[in-house]
Ligand binder design. Structure first.
Ligand SMILES: [Zn+2]
Length: 340
């Protein structure tokens, strides 16, 4: 294994809906009609509207005001390389824009073409999606663009009569989170041993328990364990418990038939190696107490690419599974009290 720290990149994505509350429902419903609004409270117009005055915490009320569609940039930053999460797929500015008729700025994208076209004080104008595509979300405004005519927006500052019932009270959103986890020293030790066809544990100097898999601590004594506490453990043991998994065909599930995942208590150890596969016998025949031994992948075919900090003793592609040793089953009293 290389001496560099191994990185694992995770990507978490899921769609979700959120309710908007009365004020943002009014805002979203107006936006879907191509109208941006604010709320008049405490002698000024806050846009987008808030439920509470941010300075006094008083109820901001429902005195709605038409604002925009033009406004003035009060500060900005340039995004030269947008990610998939940015509103535009090419370089753009994020800007605070005080819309005509409003006293507070809102943040939005400015599609100015180039950084040199951006400036504090520039006049911009909201560019909406086609009416049929507007759903009452802030990205109904594709972006603000330099205003062709810098004169004040027509109707800005005038009252806005909201309907009794808002058309839009929920918003669809999508989470797309990518994060990187670096392999911990114990994960790295475990993976290195697997590549060598060895299983290792860490023996706690205080309680003398042997913990299998990369933990870096004794879960009983809550003390740190390091490289000096590493010992080799046998690659045979007893099935201490198991689960029969009946696969549901969610995205990414490749199994189609019921299968078994076992916890195996290795001889001499005090913690199980979990999520192990038993080879050569039907799921129905797996039982607690079976004596099993590790079946290693040939050295040239081993891989620990999938061993990350969450693997907790997983064998990756270095272990093919476990097979019966042919020894008699082990009575529960021989291993139950050792197990934690
Ligand atoms: Zn301990």
């Amino acid at each position: 294994m290389a001496d560099t720290v191994q990185e694992f990149v995770f990507n978490l994505t899921f769609p979700f809906s959120r309710t908007l509350g009365s004020t943002l429902s009014t805002f979203a419903s107006a936006l879907a009609q191509g109208q941006i609004i604010g709320v008049r409270t405490g002698g000024r117009v806050i846009a987008p509207p808030l439920e509470y005055d941010p300075e006094t915490a008083a109820d901001a009320g429902t005195e709605w005001v038409r604002v925009g569609p033009k406004g003035t940039v009060s500060s900005w930053t340039w995004v030269p390389e947008p990610t998939n999460l940015h509103p535009l797929d090419h370089a753009f500015g994020f800007a605070f824009i005080t819309l005509d008729g409003a006293d507070t700025p809102m943040i939005h994208a400015v599609d100015a073409g180039s950084e040199s076209a951006m400036s504090v004080g520039m006049r911009v104008e909201a560019k909406f999606k086609a009416p049929a595509d507007c759903v009452g979300r802030i990205d109904d405004i594709i972006a603000f663009v330099p205003a062709a005519d810098p004169s004040p927006s027509e109707g800005a500052g005038e009252p806005y009569d909201a309907p009794e019932e808002n058309d839009i009270t929920e918003m669809d959103a999508f989470c797309d989170l990518t994060y990187i986890d670096n392999a911990s020293p114990t994960t790295t030790m475990w993976a290195k041993a697997l590549m060598e066809g060895r299983l290792i544990g860490q023996k706690c100097p205080q309680c003398a328990r042997t913990i299998v898999g990369p933990r870096g601590m004794c879960s009983v004594c809550a003390i740190e364990l390091d490289e000096s506490h590493v010992i080799d453990v046998p690659d045979r043991g007893v099935v201490s418990n198991f689960t029969v998994v009946t696969p549901v065909q969610y995205h990414g599930q490749t199994e189609t038939e019921p299968f078994v995942r076992c916890s195996i208590m290795l001889d001499g150890a005090d913690a199980v190696i979990a999520q192990q596969e038993i080879l050569d016998i039907p799921a129905n025949d797996v039982r607690v107490g079976m004596r099993v031994e590790c079946v290693w992948a040939p050295a040239s075919e081993r891989s620990v690419a999938d061993i990350d900090n969450r693997s907790r003793g997983s064998g990756g592609d270095a272990i093919l599974g476990w097979r019966l040793t042919g020894e008699p089953d082990e009575p529960a009293e021989l291993y139950l009290d050792r197990m934690m």
